[in-house]
Design a protein around this ligand. Structure first.
Ligand code: HAM
Length: 419
């Protein structure tokens, strides 16, 4: 039986890779100009990092992690997100002894055992950016500015930035109590999962898609009405700094985010072109995460962009790959070997030249050149070759000219790289 890929795990095919490379290149340009440095972290971590960092009662930790015991008996997990791993790396390598502020980003696959659907996969890629060591609301706005700037740079326009404040360790418990009291009265309307969540993690009810739960929470208390004075001042500053950067946003008092580590500022960027999985990015501040994973008292803020969702929104003209600059058509036996020699010479000059290994008929080679979308075809006829010349055909306007073979690289480079 033919072996197929695992459900929810996708191949990214050569035709799509141009878009991925374009996004990754733009990430590096934009993030690095904002002072961020790339970090590469492992895909596997100790399970405890995520259960403590993300929170035991979150959907991710409760039911979505790829967790297994290795041969040495340790419980390991394929990372479901990157924030906790980046915080671990920051602590483990004591970045703070060098500079209290660290601005880091990473790009890579994450794993969550969710029900696959359009825009939701079991292996998916995130672009993740984090700032560790700054509690000032200015950095909240700056991180959001970088995110929006990046999304615009890759060509996304119809986006909406939503923000909220989730309070802190001091004020959140008051909100939880208020929400619990409200939900207990509505419990008969809630699904089984949400009934359980009332005690375990009442905020998660906002993410439930069940219609009756949605109706039950329509008038639920809002976290923003419970936040303490410091959180309120922090949030107002964030809004001022966003306004200074000319960023439009809407307040979404129901956005609570799916991970427990968040404090204060939370944000999402949604696209109405995405259907039900409409969040391209989620992020926020997490001032207690470092302590949860056993570290120092260090504030942090960041976001992660879902790459598959981002790529599905890219304008069509972004990241197109020109796979072949030139196809060398060489039907004769001698010319066939010459094609091999020329192709290798051109590859060393950075020209993407392709030829036919089997020496098929000219007609079949021209068909292949067309399929490969080659910009030029170099036709090596035996007659011309004897004179040290070949015919260069421009596939766009079908014009042809005879050119000398000995300075082929120069002629081709001028043509290919100047237009
Ligand atoms: P998150 O909201 O769980 O946050 O994920 C961020 C983004 O990853 C989502 O907005 C979505 O685009 C994408 N995503 C999540 N799950 C899937 C999936 N199953 N399939 C496809 N795309 C998905 C975090 O992961 C936080 N670590 C973000 C963060 C960084 N907060 C602070 N720093």
């Amino acid at each position: 039986m033919e072996i197929k890929a695992i459900r929810g795990f996708n191949d990214i095919l050569p035709d799509e890779v141009g878009k991925w490379q374009f996004v990754e290149k733009t990430v590096r340009e934009v993030f690095e100009s904002f002072g961020f440095a790339e970090i590469r972290i492992p895909i596997l971590e100790r399970t405890e990092l995520f259960s403590r960092g993300i929170g035991e009662a979150t959907d991710i930790v409760e039911k979505e992690m790829y967790t297994f015991t290795d041969k040495g008996g340790s419980s390991l997990t394929l990372r479901p997100e990157a924030t906790a791993s980046m915080a671990r790396a920051y602590l483990e390598h004591q970045f703070y002894t060098f500079d209290p502020v660290a601005k880091l980003y990473c790009i890579g696959p994450m794993f969550r055992y969710e029900r696959p659907q359009k825009g939701r996969y079991r292996q998916f890629y995130q672009i993740d950016a984090e700032v560790f060591g700054v509690g000032n609301p200015m950095v909240d706005a700056e991180v959001i500015l970088m995110l929006i700037h990046f999304l615009r740079r890759v060509g996304l326009e119809k986006l909406e930035l939503q923000i909220n404040s989730l309070g802190c360790r001091d004020c959140r418990p008051r909100y939880r109590d208020g929400l619990k009291a409200y939900l207990t009265e509505k419990s008969f309307q809630l699904c089984e999962d949400c009934q359980r969540r009332i005690q375990a993690n009442p905020l998660r009810i906002f993410d439930c898609k069940v219609q009756t739960c949605q109706e039950a929470i329509a008038d639920a208390p809002k976290v923003i009405d419970f936040i303490c004075d410091e959180c309120s001042v922090h949030f107002n500053r964030v809004k001022e700094y966003l306004a200074m950067a000319d960023l439009d946003y809407i307040l979404n008092p129901r956005m609570v985010r799916g991970l427990d580590y968040y404090t204060r500022t939370a944000f999402e960027v949604v696209s109405y072109d995405l259907g039900s999985q409409n969040a391209v990015t989620g992020g926020g501040r997490y001032d207690n995460l470092f302590q949860e994973i056993g570290g120092l008292d260090i504030p942090g803020i960041g976001f992660a962009i879902g790459m598959e969702r981002l790529i599905s929104l890219l304008p069509k003209d972004k990241g197109l790959i020109q796979r072949s600059h030139l196809f060398i058509a060489a039907p004769g036996k001698d010319t066939h070997q010459e094609a091999y020699r020329i192709a290798n010479q051109l590859h060393l000059e950075g020209i993407r030249a392709e030829f036919d290994y089997e020496g098929k008929s000219l007609k079949s080679q021209m068909r292949r050149a067309d399929k490969l979308n080659a910009r030029y075809v170099l036709i090596l006829g035996e007659e011309e070759l004897r004179k040290g010349r070949a015919v260069l055909r421009n596939m766009a306007d079908k014009s042809q000219e005879e050119i000398p073979i000995d300075n082929l690289p120069d002629i081709l480079k001028r043509k290919i790289f100047s237009d």
